[in-house]
Design a protein around this ligand. Structure first.
Ligand code: DTR
Ligand code: CA
Ligand code: ZN
Ligand code: ZN
Length: 448
């Protein structure tokens, strides 16, 4: 975004239809020690039937089929090659046999016909669609078993589990397998372009799974929507696994066309050609100093290039997300937004600055899933410490300093603020604790 002249702060109250599923657990941040226990605990979410375990042996069986297809078709499953069409035919045959309404959509790219496969599970409110997808194509240089047979197979087995369970969700469930992702998300972009405004507005969530079985696995969540990020983070926390937000995938997979169309996106990623740090190896296992997937986009991306444990856990997480998101109520709660767009300069390596937001018209305490949208422009976000300070002085740590050399902090945090009164002046407190690099608070908002 280009630099903007400082603008007068303004409050914007607008009803937002914040799509929320029943058990999207709030990603609560550790409130300051002074925080009182929740005075009005949020009402318990209605129970949701737990997703079944996804048998990793079934997922691996799909990978074995995709491997055989690649081997029989010149060693790859790339767009425009016979191995891709054979792959999509395999996936379609499994879904047709399981009772899905499948649609094979074609598109042209690079002089070849491309294929997207859409599979709708009959039932659910079709004005509220929960979608999960993965690209099925490989690069021309290899069979693409991790990239992205793993995501394709994990989504496929979840779809088959929905069928085995005879699931009757509140919301409509749809799955997609995309062509020509490796050429720049061509298939998924074609699908989104073809939706039209009405159909697009019905897709409440798109979940993307591109590489979920990396041999030296990481456990990364997509950070774009805090509730979906929290859903996966909390799921893995239940397994004793601390996930990290992915920062290498912006615009680099099939979530991007949906995101650019204004659809809420989330997903999981086990890592590609970046190197696992020693801190990551300490918490996730595997080998520090080595790539998450040393066969990324290579001929060695075969069925031997899969970590079964990661594939299993990620596939189970896909099912958990689909079950929980589709079970949600179909009348999403509305939200009220308070926003301050005044720019506040952050002194380099200096004292903290604050930006105020006066919240009025609320009753009682703030919600257990208070959404804190932050847009800070800064050339080295690792320097920044960010806190939310409630009107009664309770402080919530949103972000601590780190070695993250990336630029800007543009994300939404979810804070369990149910212990503090909602009305009053909230503050965003930001301090640059590292020398060099500077920036400013561009805007921030609270959604109740
Ligand atoms: N673009 C994907 C691989 C990839 C690289 N970084 C991310 C982050 C999130 C999802 C996917 C990826 C591909 O090569 O297919
Ligand atoms: Ca499993
Ligand atoms: Zn790839
Ligand atoms: Zn991929």
């Amino acid at each position: 975004m280009t630099e903007r002249a400082p603008r007068r702060s303004r409050l914007r109250r607008s009803a937002l239809s914040a799509a929320a599923a029943v058990t999207l657990a709030a990603a609560f941040l550790a409130p300051a020690a002074s925080a009182a226990p929740a005075a009005n605990p949020a009402p318990a979410a209605p129970a949701v039937a737990a997703a079944p375990d996804i048998p990793v042996a079934n997922v691996k069986a799909h990978l074995a089929q995709l491997q055989s297809i690649a081997t029989a078709n010149g060693g790859n499953r790339a767009h425009g090659r016979t191995g891709y069409k054979a792959s999509i035919d395999y996936v379609k045959s499994k879904l047709d046999a399981a009772g899905y309404t499948t649609t094979l959509k074609t598109f042209s790219y690079n002089g070849s016909t491309g294929y997207n496969l859409i599979a709708d599970w009959p039932g659910g409110d079709t004005s509220h669609v929960i979608m999960a997808g993965a690209h099925l194509d490989s690069v021309t240089g290899g069979p693409g078993i991790n990239d992205n047979g793993s995501g394709s197979a994990g989504v496929l087995e979840t779809a088959l589990a929905v069928s085995r369970a005879g699931l009757q969700p509140a919301k409509h469930i749809r799955f997609g397998w995309w062509g020509a992702e490796e050429y720049g998300m061509i298939g998924s972009q074609n699908y989104v372009n073809g939706l039209g405004a009405t159909e697009r507005s019905k897709i409440e969530t798109y979940l993307n799974f591109d590489m979920i079985g990396s041999p030296n696995p990481g456990y990364f969540t997509y950070r774009y929507d805090s509730a979906l990020d929290a859903l996966f983070r909390n799921y893995f926390a239940g397994l004793g696994i601390s996930t990290e937000q992915d920062f290498e995938g912006d615009g680099r997979s099939d979530h991007a066309p949906f995101q650019n169309a204004g659809i809420r996106v989330g997903g999981l990623f086990s890592g590609a050609d970046y190197t696992k740090t020693s801190a990551q190896a300490a918490k996730w296992g595997g080998t520090a100093g080595q790539p998450f997937d040393r066969c990324y986009h290579s001929s060695c991306d075969t069925t031997a290039n899969i970590n079964d444990t990661a594939l299993d856990r990620m596939s189970d997480a896909i099912a958990h997300a689909v079950w929980n998101l589709a079970a949600g109520s179909t009348t999403p709660p509305t939200g009220t937004v308070f926003e301050n767009t005044a720019d506040v300069q952050i002194p380099d390596y200096g004292s903290a600055v604050t930006s105020d937001l006066a919240v009025t018209g609320r009753t009682g305490n703030a919600p257990a899933a208070l959404q804190v949208g932050v847009d800070i422009k800064h050339t080295y976000r690792g320097d920044l410490v960010i806190d939310l300070v409630a009107p009664n002085g309770t402080s919530f740590r949103l972000k601590s300093s780190s070695s993250d050399s990336g630029a800007n902090v543009q994300t939404t945090y979810t804070v369990n603020a149910s212990a503090v009164p909602a009305n009053g002046t909230w503050k965003l407190k930001v301090q640059d604790v590292g020398p060099q690099d500077t920036g400013y608070i561009d805007s921030w908002k609270l959604t109740f």
